[in-house]
Ligand binder design. Sequence first.
Ligand SMILES: [Fe+2]
Length: 236
Amino acid sequence: MFSMLTFSTATLKNHLKKNGFFVFNNPCSDRWVQCLQDVTQATPVIQTNGEIIYPIKANPDAMGKSDAQSPGIGLLPHTELSYKAFPPKYLCLHCKTPDRWGGGATTLVKFDDLMRHFTLEEQHFMADQPQYFMSKDEKESCFAPIWQRDAEIIRFSYNVLVYREFSPDLNKPVASGLNPRLMALCDKFLALFEAYQVPLYLKAEQILIMDNYSCLHSRQSYRNFGLKPRPFRTAF
Ligand SMILES: [Fe+2]
């Protein structure tokens, strides 16, 4: 864990490159977005709510669905804004109120740590076969490979690839006509993610930055939704 007051931007960037993420206390109170902009040297992305900050909080209505706000299941592994031609390179979470019982944690895995478990054939499939990625409101979409080697971008969403839905009820059948090779690949991603994931339990006011081009992440389910724990997401 870092304080931005004691580590240089270069040190933070090196750590981010090596580990795919870092966590630090918020030294700048309400100026945290400006601080992150300085670190990432990028402009915040407008998100689906039309703002640069997207609130995530426990929502009892999401019970039974694989959703970021779910108190029951949590959101399966994905990269952020995979449906954009150029997804954001960095994703930042500012934890306002942590879940008292440890729910709502972000879990992370570096893509490189998973890649060595995939065969060359599977790697070629990831790199050569465009897949359909869409936004939650289905207004935006793109066809792109999971592993876009030339731009060093990875895109993944178990739910979108397998269910063609952002927040499905996991009892529903998988998408009709789903390519069996894609299904097998996604299930392998899921099993590896569960084996290698690192859960991050952020405290109040801590900020997580992750590299959205080198990490997959998921959100564990919330347990304490009565108090509305809420992190804010910003992407660059
Ligand atoms: Fe996410």
